[in-house]
Design a protein around this ligand. Structure first.
Ligand SMILES: C[S@@+](CC[C@H](N)C(=O)[O-])C[C@H]1O[C@@H](n2cnc3c(N)ncnc32)[C@H](O)[C@@H]1O
Length: 282
């Protein structure tokens, strides 16, 4: 179905309001390809009628399906080598030290999609805790994965991956150690699955219900947001990050010009933003 006469603007602002995803002109095809089936299924004959239906849907179900369809859930295990080198050499060892001292630590995978990032963390933490001779430390690290997409979270919670997903980023050794094969599906071990808890959460909403974290990964989601939405998001993220703790972004992302709530540093080829400590520079 084609967008006509102002329908792109209607759908674009609906999507932006509900999940922050900004669509420049030229992206009409994204709405047409991703929403046409839903428009037809809803019995609407135009995007204008569909928009009206979505506005009047008090249950929020249609809105959620629109958001689900418009999100891009691309992810894979151990995405970005440089980041995982930093996590392995610096951030996770520090986190395990913290667990030894304080008894627990918390990590937030802020756009968790289908769970590969959260589970990669769980596997890495498991490996490093075992190498330290203290496997029990891994159990005291709480990994919280959030996403706005119910469909993505459903897969994340299941811990079941098809052969395409399992081939992306996961070494043979890790696949053998942490997964069992059931036909065409690879099932994550119960032990690792239990270390990540997933919940539906919109990054445009207040973060206060999430608690505070010792490490936040917020990767490849703000790339879809406009400047002011990013600024607001990363300012709010600083408030849930313990002072001195790291925020990690995607390899192509930066906080430059957005907020001065963080110091930035480079470890190997990974840029690391750390929440400024109280009394640090403003
Ligand atoms: C490209 S994936 C990134 C996955 C993972 N962080 C990674 O780097 O591999 C982007 C994810 O952001 C989610 N997303 C988009 N807008 C969101 C919002 N407003 N609140 C929470 N999640 C959102 C999408 O559903 C999608 O799963």
């Amino acid at each position: 179905m084609k967008l006509v006469g102002g329908e792109f603007e209607l759908m674009k602002s609906f999507v932006q309001k509900h999940c922050g995803i900004h669509l420049d002109s030229g992206k009409e095809y994204l709405i047409e390809t991703r929403l046409s089936d839903l428009v037809a299924e809803s019995g609407c004959t135009s995007f204008r009628d569909f928009h009206q239906l979505a506005l009047s849907d008090r249950s929020g179900r249609l809105r959620d399906r629109i958001v689900d369809a418009m999100t891009t859930n691309e992810t894979y295990f151990f995405r970005d080598d440089n980041l995982w080198t930093y996590l392995k050499e610096i951030a996770v060892p520090q986190l395990l030290e913290r667990v030894s001292r304080n008894g627990s630590a918390r990590i937030w995978s802020a756009a968790a999609s289908t769970g590969q990032e959260a589970y990669s963390l769980a596997m890495l933490i498991d490996e490093l805790a075992r190498a330290k001779g203290a496997p029990q430390l891994a159990k005291a690290v709480e990994i919280v994965g959030t996403d706005i997409s119910s469909a993505a979270l459903f897969l994340a919670i299941s811990g079941r991956y098809d052969s395409l997903a399992i081939r992306r980023g996961l070494s043979d050794e890790r696949r053998r150690r942490y997964f069992t094969q059931e036909g065409n599906v690879w099932v994550l071990s119960e032990e690792i699955r239990a270390r990540a808890k997933f919940r539906k959460f919109n990054l445009l909403d207040s973060l206060s219900s999430l608690g505070t974290f010792d490490l936040v990964l917020c990767r490849y989601v703000a790339i879809y947001f406009q400047e002011e939405v990013k600024r607001d998001l990363f300012t709010r993220v600083a408030a849930v990050l313990r002072p001195g703790s790291p925020l990690l972004l995607g390899a192509t992302e930066s906080l430059r010009g957005l907020t001065d709530a963080y110091d930035s540093g480079v470890h190997g080829n990974c840029t690391v933003y750390t929440r400024r400590t109280a009394g640090g520079r403003p």
